[in-house]
Design a protein around this ligand. Structure first.
Ligand code: ACM
Ligand code: ZN
Length: 592
């Protein structure tokens, strides 16, 4: 079904990621344990690693792999539709399933190897010994017999060097070959595999980490950690496929994580996929010729069913198809949305479970400094439609107010909205809460400065939107034990309450504040403390969570309000990364 859909949108390469830490998914006749052992795991992590502590598991057995006959059928079916299937066999990292099957391919070091039941980058990697190369060459020989593709993807991403550093064989090999570090050893590894693949008349593709320690002479680079690797490779006159994660990973969220099915993270809505230009302006036209294509990636960690896969891939894959086939000057998002509106009918007839956010409303709020007002904007991708909305009322009909322009909010509100055409709703009612209070839109200063701010620098803590546990983009982080945030209210105002929230995600070493105090000032110099309290949180919860806190005090007049926080301190005993300083992640500061 997916190959048929790819063909409809003129996609001509299917990149088939067949091996990873959580499973080996292709039959290899010479090494039956790869599928007997490596294709099976007894359970899988639920939610994000950093969501639950300790990790939770579904206790559902997973097993499965493609037989060689099935692979041949897929390759033939795709070829009949002008699609080349490029197989990927991961090395030297992401090798847990292979090492669980054949531990002798590892550096040893007294470890046992298992097919992994959670998602991470693991230290267990192939050891570059003769035995391993014989194994990989045998595997690649069977793979090349099955896949006529000129390109064979050999992975190369996310290979920790910890095992190689401790391994006597690896260290002796580095000395013998004059390799200055483990990065050079990785390069040597990939180079050696390349020689084998080239000897069979094929070329390798590797993820951009294969640049580390020097590119193998004929390698094509798949740039995923942004475009930098691809740019560097093109300058070195190597072929490149662009798939930077922030523009091309369509396993990221495409609608608000507040109501979307759980995804790996990130946020990549339809218009951002459409906007991508795979030819970086940093490259000359001559260098751009080395960019041979772009691809969308749908990684499977949080995708358990074909329906969820379709939800992730569609309609974003159609936007990616135009990225691939339309000259940038011809690209036109409004035209795309008009065609996509019709195309949705075809997707429905083909029973494709596409994401329906196209027919729903997305919200954004911002302080309008000129108007001194908080404004909420509503947007739908759907053309030729009306948006109706209401505050604090989820029953939206065509008699609800019609959206004509930014909605001014005077106080906290939940905004509900839906998209209508010819009087009929096209999708579900969506919603977003906004907080509007004396801090909203006011500038603030932080001592120390925030460690990282994804959004709204200088305003993210008072931008009218509360962070929530699933979406890391909203939280503002600090790494020091005490944090002062001073908000300038602009004029003297009566104040009697200050609230904020801090995040708890023990797997990320993020712990909530343990104390708060509030001071006020009329001149920004002399501050008078109006209250303080210790904060206690329920750490018996097993899910990472947003902990709100607030302090009330006798009403007083203030132009400046200072919130002083004590961070969570070191990660507590018995918890992940015990003793490490914790990170304090804040959002949103509210003053009433
Ligand atoms: C990748 O996403 N690790 C290529
Ligand atoms: Zn080793």
């Amino acid at each position: 079904k997916f190959i048929d859909l790819m063909a409809s949108y003129k996609m001509n390469v299917f990149h088939f990621h067949l091996t990873d830490d959580q499973g080996w998914r292709i039959e290899i006749k010479k090494y039956p344990r790869l599928t007997e052992v490596g294709s099976h795991r007894p359970r899988t992590q639920i939610g994000h690693s950093d969501y639950y502590y300790p990790r939770r598991y579904d206790n559902k057995e997973q097993r499965g792999y493609y037989t060689q006959d099935e692979i041949r059928e897929i390759v033939r079916y795709a070829a009949d539709r002008f699609i080349t299937v490029v197989p990927e066999i991961e090395m030297p990292g992401h090798a847990s399933a292979a090492l669980a099957s054949y531990p002798e391919l590892s550096c040893g070091l007294g470890k046992t190897y298992v097919v992994r039941d959670y998602f991470d980058v693991f230290d267990e990697v192939f050891c570059p010994k003769e035995h391993t190369f014989r194994f990989l060459e045998d595997v690649l020989t069977e793979v090349m017999d099955l896949f006529p593709s000129h390109y064979i993807h050999i992975g190369g991403d996310e290979c920790p060097k910890k095992a190689w550093k401790k391994c006597a064989h690896c260290q002796a090999l580095m000395k013998r070959e004059g390799l200055p570090d483990e990065e050079a050893l990785q390069s040597w590894f990939i180079h050696r595999i390349e020689q084998f693949v080239n000897s069979r008349g094929r070329d390798i593709i590797g993820w951009d980490e294969i640049l580390q320690g020097g590119l193998a002479p004929n390698a094509t680079v798949m740039s995923w950690r942004g475009e930098e690797g691809g740019i560097e490779a093109a300058r070195q006159k190597h072929r490149v496929i662009m798939t930077p994660n922030k523009q091309c990973y369509i396993n990221y969220y495409q609608e608000s994580p507040e109501y979307a099915p759980l995804a790996i993270g990130g946020y990549l809505p339809l218009d951002s996929v459409y906007a991508y230009d795979p030819l970086p302006a940093a490259l000359s036209p001559e260098e751009q010729k080395y960019i041979i294509g772009t691809q969308a990636n749908v990684w499977g960690e949080y995708i358990q069913t074909p329906e969820t896969f379709e939800y992730m891939a569609f309609p974003r894959l159609l936007a990616q198809a135009e990225v691939q086939w339309t000259q940038p000057a011809q690209k036109d998002f409004p035209s795309f949305t008009r065609r996509l509106d019709k195309e949705f009918r075809r997707l429905d007839l083909r029973h494709v479970n596409a994401c329906r956010n196209f027919y729903e409303v997305n919200f954004s709020g911002a302080w309008n400094a000129a108007q001194e007002a908080y404004e909420v904007s509503l947007r739908t991708f759907c053309p030729d439609a009306e948006i109706h909305y209401a505050l604090n009322d989820s029953a939206i009909t065509t008699s609800s107010p019609r959206y004509e322009g930014p909605i001014r909010l005077e106080q906290n509100a939940m905004v509900y909205a839906a998209v209508f055409r010819d009087g009929k709703p096209l999708g579900k009612v969506t919603r977003k809460g906004f907080t509007v209070n004396k801090a909203t839109g006011r500038p603030y200063t932080c001592v120390p400065e925030a460690g990282w701010e994804h959004l709204n620098k200088g305003f993210g803590l008072a931008d009218g939107v509360r962070g929530y546990a699933r979406d890391m983009r909203r939280w503002i982080s600090f790494y020091q034990d005490t944090v002062h945030i001073t908000i300038n209210l602009g004029k003297p105002c009566p104040v009697k309450e200050v609230s904020f929230a801090s995040l708890w995600r023990p797997w990320n070493e993020i712990w909530p504040a343990r104390a708060m105090s509030v001071s006020v000032s009329t001149d920004g110099k002399e501050f008078v403390r109006v209250g303080s309290k210790e904060l206690h949180h329920d750490f018996t919860l097993t899910e990472g969570t947003r902990f709100p806190a607030s302090l009330t005090f006798p009403e007083t007049e203030a132009t400046y309000v200072r919130l002083e926080l004590l961070s969570g301190g070191p990660c507590p005993k018995g918890w992940f990364h015990e003793g490490n300083p914790s990170e304090l992640a804040l959002d949103e500061i509210e003053i009433y």
